[in-house]
Design a protein around this ligand. Structure first.
Ligand code: PTT
Ligand code: SF4
Length: 594
């Protein structure tokens, strides 16, 4: 089947059995791939289980465009029930593993059960082995990657976890290529609970393409378009790090646990510093816009930095020096722990100290304390024990009003945009399918331009428009969404590429329909596993309703709670959900989900 590799590999770690399954035609036409396949499988097979039990499953899913000569096609989705949120969780990681998995003959891999001892998987075409992880268990992700490549050669793709995943830190990510990270809602911890340190892929098959000659022409043409794009050169200089200046200017750069939206020392850690300090660039395979900016940190180690990482481990903790932020970022990558939740958790603890809720003194900007805390979080010891399970749990333990400044949605810590002035962005966080993430909607530019519409029906429509396209195309087909925003490859062009690869038609209406189907099924997954589901689950962190400061320039900034509720109701109406945020039967019927 053109564009698809050959089906689903199911690996049962408990019985050590491996089976191949076909993907039903209806699943392909209804869900396309990636996140679509992942939620279909999790909905069918993972019902109300503990995320760390051997009944939970990990789904690795590629899309029909993965691994082909298409801009940004070196990515895959990793999904599971999240130990951090208790709901659906996924991440999108750029890695050679995505390409080799498809070349080995698999669109999807389902990992179920639990290995009896620390192990890793070697998947080479139709040969699957569960091997002992002796010698790599306990190693950081950089060392483990080197050891695996020494053993299996460099011509392979690797997914792996660090100490954070081994120690079941619920915001442990999956790492690859010493700098790519995916699966913020604890996908690394689910692998750890299954005793799986790494998965090594080797594959030698060609991926079938409907019209190879045309694909070759379209690919060259697409790369020409990217190179000619006026943003291209700036992007190569700063990548996502241009975001620091942008966010500071729009007053949404999280500073001191999201209390402020500007950071007075941002010029010590912005994109201009990157231009001076950069020693290289890295990124995902099949991409000519590589956006991972490499600098040397304060310990002379190489580290790949991004906007989210720097904002959360820098300004949000009051730290300005990019090389020091780099040390914290590198540690997070070595341990395989999510930088966004980490920056949130440490920021939460610093605020708890400032408010004398804990009796240890932690000061904003104290780099040494932050470094120590990262070690302690990962090892679940010392002060780190207080926040190693995320801010939602920590605030429940702390009480004393700390729930107000625990910056999460549904248990997942919010990404690096503070929203006092951005209610539509708060709705993106509130209704994201995985909790407080920006991956399905980022409306700050739209809102800055049309702020008078921020609470209106247009705002709900804009959020849904973005969610439909991102979920219905970028997370299913799968390609990097930066190729559109920064490279100028629009959706029409991608639909053409899709048709050339698969021989199936795709247009914006079909993308929206698939996006809606996925969003509704994910919503059902959350509601099924959360008995007390209600609209409060779609509220942003309370801090944005209260306002953070009693004086200064942020004094007046906050989201109007009543207006947010109205906005949420418009969103539900447009989605065909009831006033608790649960899909109505007729909505599910119309999407073939009855
Ligand atoms: C993503 C989230 C992001 S989003 C960032 S930086 W960003 C953080 N990166 C981390 C990191 O690094 N190390 C670490 N230990 N933790 C990290 N946590 C954070 O994880 C990523 C890029 C980026 S960089 C973004 S926005 C875009 N996201 C895409 C997406 O979601 N879908 C898609 N189709 N295309 C996308 N393109 C861009 O990809 P998660 P990556 Mg990532 C070091 O995984 O779980 O989605 O969390 O995958 O290969 O690193 O690419 O300013
Ligand atoms: Fe990966 Fe960045 Fe290229 Fe997107 S732009 S494919 S995230 S390297």
């Amino acid at each position: 089947m053109s564009g698809y590799a050959g089906g689903i590999l199911r690996i049962n770690l408990s019985t050590e059995q491996f089976t191949m399954e076909d993907i039903p035609e209806r699943t392909i036409s209804d869900f396309i791939g990636g996140r679509g396949f992942a939620i279909k499988i999790l909905w069918d097979e993972v019902k109300c289980v503990d995320a760390f039990s051997d009944k939970n499953k990990i789904v690795l899913a590629t899309g029909p465009l993965t691994g082909l000569p298409i801009p940004g096609s070196g990515k895959m989705v990793i999904a599971s029930k999240s130990p951090l949120t208790g709901g659906y969780g996924d991440g999108n990681i750029g890695t050679r593993a995505a390409i080799y998995m498809k070349k080995a003959g698999y669109d999807v891999i389902i990992i179920e059960g639990k290995a009896i001892k620390p192990s890793y998987l070697l998947i080479e075409d139709d040969r699957v082995k569960i091997l002992s992880a002796k010698g790599i268990w306990g190693k950081n992700t950089f060392e483990a990657q080197d050891l695996l490549e020494e053993k299996h050669g460099k011509k392979c793709g690797t997914l792996l976890i660090g100490r954070a995943g081994e120690n079941l830190i619920p915001y442990a990510v999956v790492m690859s290529q010493k700098g790519r990270a995916g699966g913020r809602p604890g996908m690394g911890a689910v692998l750890g609970a299954k005793n799986i340190k790494a998965i090594v892929f080797k594959g030698y098959h060609d991926i079938p393409v409907f019209d190879e000659e045309k694909l070759d022409i379209l690919y060259k043409d697409a790369n020409r378009t990217i190179r000619k794009n006026p943003n291209y050169n700036d992007w190569l200089q700063q990548g996502t790090m241009a975001g620091i200046d942008w966010a500071n200017g729009l007053e949404c750069l999280p500073t001191n646990n999201f209390r402020h939206g500007t950071f007075s020392n941002s010029n010590q850690c912005d994109g201009n510093v990157v231009v001076r300090e950069k020693i290289g660039r890295k990124g995902c395979p099949n991409c000519i816009m590589k956006c991972g900016m490499i600098i040397e940190d304060n310990r002379q180690k190489r580290v790949e930095i991004d906007y989210e990482n720097v904002a959360m481990l820098g300004p949000n903790l009051g730290i300005a020096d990019l090389k020091k932020i780099g040390v914290l970022n590198r540690l997070a990558d070595e341990y395989g722990i999510d930088t966004i939740s980490l920056g949130n958790s440490i920021g939460f603890l610093m605020e708890a100290s400032e408010k004398k809720i804990i009796d240890t003194e932690l000061r904003w900007g104290d780099f040494d304390a932050c470094e120590m805390l990262i070690h302690e979080i990962v090892e679940r010891k010392g002060l780190g024990r207080l926040i190693c399970d995320g801010v939602k749990k920590a605030s429940k333990k702390f009480g004393k009003g700390s729930e107000i400044w625990a910056m999460h949605v549904k248990g997942l810590e919010v990404s690096a945009y503070t929203c006092y002035g951005y209610p539509t962005m708060a709705l993106c966080f509130g209704t994201s399918p995985i909790g407080g993430a920006h991956k399905d909607g980022l409306t700050i530019d739209w809102e800055a331009e049309y702020s008078h519409r921020s609470y209106g029906k247009e705002a709900a429509e804009e959020v849904i428009r973005q969610q439909r396209i991102r979920s219905g195309f970028y997370e299913t087909a799968i390609v990097c969404r930066f190729q559109e925003t920064q490279g100028g490859i629009d959706l029409d062009r991608y639909c053409d590429l899709f048709e050339t690869v698969t021989g199936r038609t795709l247009n914006i209406n079909k993308i929206k329909e698939v996006g809606d189907r996925i969003f509704n099924l994910i919503r059902c997954f959350w509601a099924r596993d959360n008995e007390n589901w209600d609209r409060h689950m779609d509220y942003p962190p309370w801090r944005w309703f209260e306002g953070a400061l009693s004086n200064g320039r942020f004094k007046e900034r906050k989201i109007d709670k009543k207006k947010y509720d109205k906005l949420l109701s418009s969103y539900y109406d447009l989605r065909g959900w009831n006033n608790r945020g649960i899909p109505k039967k007729e909505t599910l019927d119309a999407l073939n989900l009855s």
